[in-house]
Design a protein around this ligand. Structure first.
Ligand code: HEC
Ligand code: HEC
Length: 145
């Protein structure tokens, strides 16, 4: 239990497929680990809803300013893996919205806006850099460090 547990429980009750604690099952799919872990941590499928993964995987040539394009077979395989493990409890995300960033989801802002010091933000450079602050993030652990 952390002192954030109460807030987290509230945030998650209406939110992503996160487990009810601070463990999010890590990526177990080799191609996803390799291709989506090349520039940043390979984000866990449970961090975004299925429609978000499909949108991301449908436009890899324009990926946050980078070209992350893949051959079609690999692309389709990775999309299927991400969609199959996607977040299911996503009521806090309006049905007509397809967020492309984990770091802009309501629960994420709720967890981070007031808890993260400027020093930590500067060190991480970007909130997309989960492992800078959560050393076990790529293994699924987001507990306090
Ligand atoms: C060529 C480098 C590169 C590759 C390969 C790549 N990405 Fe990214 N990705 C980026 C960059 C750059 C960002 C934006 C990071 C930032 O804003 O600091 C990003 C951001 C993201 C985000 C949003 C993170 C957030 O802020 O919540 C997701 C989700 C994502 N990538 C998924 C994927 C997936 C899935 C794959 C594999 C198909 C992939 N990426 C492969 C470069 C890459
Ligand atoms: C600049 C530092 C920083 C970055 C980058 C960051 N986090 Fe966090 N995160 C924190 C802090 C601080 C907390 C609140 C304290 C805590 O619970 O660990 C937190 C809380 C969390 C929690 C709740 C865990 C709990 O025990 O309450 C989750 C889940 C989480 N972050 C996921 C992510 C993901 C996914 C990313 C990357 C997309 C990310 N974080 C990026 C600092 C960061």
């Amino acid at each position: 239990m952390t002192r954030f547990s109460a807030a987290l429980a509230l945030a998650l009750a209406a939110s992503p497929a996160l487990a009810d604690d601070d463990y999010i099952p890590p990526v177990t799919h080799a191609a996803t680990q390799e291709e989506c872990g090349a520039c940043h941590m390979a984000y866990q499928p449970g961090l975004l809803p299925a429609r978000s993964w499909s949108a991301i995987m449908g436009d890899l040539a324009n990926h946050f300013g980078e070209n992350a394009d893949l051959d079609e077979a690999t692309r389709a395989e990775i999309e299927a893996y991400l969609v199959s493990g996607a977040a299911r409890r996503t009521r806090s995300i309006p049905a007509d919205e397809t967020p492309l960033r984990i770091s802009e989801l309501p629960w994420f802002k709720h967890e981070h806006d007031h808890e993260v010091s400027q020093r930590m933000r500067d060190r991480a450079k970007t909130m997309s850099n989960c492992v800078a602050c959560h050393r076990g993030a790529d293994r699924g652990y987001y507990e306090d460090d």
